[in-house]
Unconditional design. Structure first.
Length: 297
């Protein structure tokens, strides 16, 4: 596994306009028989280092992947984690472009200009397909940071119910019980968790649901939970959903002789409106499997 980084790229406005408005990334696997895996992470550095791009690519033999990303920030950084049989044959370049598509020479980085970064590996784990219980009102994914440093996770809760490809369920995130979603303008009136007619769990009101994979940096020793409320009833023949979590893999030190070494512990449950866990919709940390056999570990 190799970790490559552009390093921080300065992009402050010149004459009121930032030079780079868009970044184009090209990934080239010149191996004729083997595939490679590239995890792409993009950060904007406007005062804090904030993850805003997270994609995993499986690059087939002789395949070239081209992706464009918004980059109108004061500073940016892209990090690439490569692995797989064709890791050594996979080349990456990054190109800054103006709003009109012109190349910005100062923001062009080819393979030998990317720096080798030593940092935590990441992996994506999956619950596999879960048949949703008819009484599951919402799906909860909880990620506990047991390390002494902040850890970034990305949570996907995918609706496979008679769909290919799947869609992301609307999601709400909570850090130690406090909602972290953006409030709706003029309607930030609380999280809506009330007791009414014996039912205690409702979707949060006054907040904007996340409709993409939910990326969040968990402070050391804290708990982050994501809740998804399926908008559709259980519909035959395949009321299936899946939970995927991308998280760091650097082991916790000192190691615990019993607990797994991961810095993030992940569980997921299906829960009804009264708070009862639906046993068949429970997946515990050790039951998640790596999403791909060539994920970095």
């Amino acid at each position: 596994m190799a970790i490559l980084s552009t390093g921080p790229i300065e992009n402050r406005p010149v004459g009121g306009v930032r030079p780079t408005q868009q970044v184009t990334v090209k990934i080239d696997n010149n191996d004729s028989t083997n595939s490679s895996s590239v995890l792409l992470q993009g950060y904007h550095l406007n005062g804090t280092r904030t993850l805003y791009v997270l994609e995993l690519f499986i690059v087939a033999p002789n395949q070239v992947v081209t992706k464009d990303y918004f980059a109108n920030f004061d500073a940016i950084e892209f990090v690439f984690t490569t692995s797989g049989p064709a890791e050594g044959s996979t080349e990456i370049s990054v190109w800054g472009k103006s709003g009109s598509g012109q190349l910005i020479a100062a923001h062009r980085l080819v393979l030998d200009e990317l720096s080798v970064s030593v940092g935590p590996g990441v992996q994506t784990v999956t619950s596999g397909p879960i048949f949703r219980d008819a009484d599951t009102s919402f799906i909860q994914v909880s990620a506990l940071n047991v390390s002494n440093a902040p850890q970034t996770v990305t949570v996907s809760i995918l609706n496979w119910q008679n769909l290919c490809p799947p869609e992301e369920f609307p999601k709400f995130g909570f850090l130690c019980g406090e909602i972290v979603n953006e409030p709706e303008i003029g309607n930030g009136n609380g999280d809506g968790v009330t007791i009414q007619n014996g039912v205690i769990f409702f979707p949060p009101v006054g907040f904007i649901p996340v409709l993409t994979p939910f990326t969040f940096t968990i402070p050391a020793g804290q708990l982050f939970s994501v809740q998804a409320y399926p908008p559709d009833p259980v519909i035959p023949p395949n009321p299936i959903y899946e939970v995927q979590v991308t998280h760091p893999t650097d082991p916790v030190h000192p190691p615990d002789p019993i607990l797994p070494p991961d810095p993030i512990r992940v569980n997921t449950w299906g829960i009804d409106g009264f708070g009862f866990i639906q046993e068949g919709n429970t997946v515990l940390h050790h039951q998640f499997t790596r999403f791909l056999p060539i994920d970095p570990i």
